[in-house]
Design a binder for this molecule. Structure first.
Ligand code: HEC
Ligand code: HEC
Length: 250
């Protein structure tokens, strides 16, 4: 048997009989890949699975992450807030949408190692994390209103946005040059927009709506890019209002 066929056979075995011992080396390799941005082989990707997901609820701590903890995920009945019913499809959304990977690579050895790792996080008899995760993404996003608290926003920023965007204002420590310098880039791009054309009269309300839209929808719903969407469960409306206080037109 070729190494590739052997891996494929092992991965199938994972699905059917959970031969944990035999699959342990594959799962160990998957654990390394989950922390490695090179896994999708795209020169434009700088995210690993663990940029957006914690391994477990406990490991997440105070961090605000767009993706749900992965322990138990392999045995959840549905994914992506009920939009997806297959694990493979749930992962493919991340792989292609955020990490610029090609779907076929998920069928190769790396994808199979990741699958074995996800399986190993949901061992027989354990129920941790196996219930469907509730996630809601509002379709229509509005200005969260003024009154956001900048001191609180600083804390929310560190927990939710700094991993990718680095420090607020300077972007020091950002994950890649592709992650915008905030709030500057949004102010430069949108503060001169024609308000009447977009149905706004208040410029500050408009810029708050822009940042909220990007944060809630990421690269979905017509937006380009690779930023993940933050559901209202991951990031509360109150936290969103605080963050929006950083974005003010001159
Ligand atoms: C840029 C951020 C990001 C990256 C990188 C990412 N994901 Fe996700 N992932 C998300 C978001 C957002 C969701 C949808 C919210 C949710 O359901 O967790 C999601 C959903 C999932 C789900 C479904 C969870 C559930 O219960 O609904 C799985 C499983 C998953 N991702 C696995 C992975 C794996 C494995 C990788 C690495 C190959 C990865 N993700 C990379 C952001 C990301
Ligand atoms: C997983 C990485 C990641 C995280 C976490 C993240 N972003 Fe982003 N964000 C990006 C990238 C990359 C871009 C560049 C455009 C794109 O690819 O979508 C971006 C773009 C943006 C933009 C658009 C900037 C412009 O040019 O107008 C806004 C606004 C924004 N992010 C806000 C936030 C806020 C607020 C948070 C925290 C709640 C956050 N982002 C968390 C990766 C991330």
């Amino acid at each position: 048997m070729s190494p590739r066929a052997l891996l494929a056979a092992l991965a199938l075995a994972a699905a059917s009989c959970a031969d944990t011992e035999r699959l342990a080396p594959l799962a160990a390799r998957g654990a390394l890949l989950a922390a490695d941005a090179r896994v999708t082989r795209s020169q434009y990707n700088s995210f690993s699975c663990l940029t957006c997901h914690a391994v477990s609820r406990a490991a997440q701590g105070q961090r605000v992450l767009p993706g749900a903890p992965l322990t138990g995920a392999a045995r959840r009945p549905t994914f992506w807030g009920g939009e997806v019913t297959h694990l493979r499809e749930a992962v493919e959304r991340c792989w292609t949408g955020f990490m610029r990977g090609v779907p076929a690579d998920l069928d190769g050895p790396d994808g199979q190692s990741l699958g074995a790792w996800l399986d190993s996080l949901a061992p027989e008899g354990s129920t941790e994390g196996t219930a469907a995760v509730t996630t809601t993404w509002p379709r229509v996003v509005r200005d969260p209103g003024e009154g956001g608290d900048r001191a609180r926003a600083q804390a929310v920023w560190s927990r939710a946005c700094a991993t990718c965007h680095g420090a607020i204002e300077t972007a020091a420590g950002r994950i890649s040059p592709l992650a915008s310098v905030l709030p500057r880039d949004t102010i430069v791009e949108h503060c001169d927009d024609d308000l009447a054309a977009v149905g706004y009269t208040d410029r500050q309300a408009y810029i708050r709506a822009i940042v909220t839209e990007k944060t809630r929808h990421g690269s979905f719903l017509g937006y380009a890019g690779v930023m993940p969407p933050f559901s209202t469960e991951a990031l509360s409306d109150g936290d969103m209002r605080d963050l929006a206080a950083f974005f003010r037109c001159p």
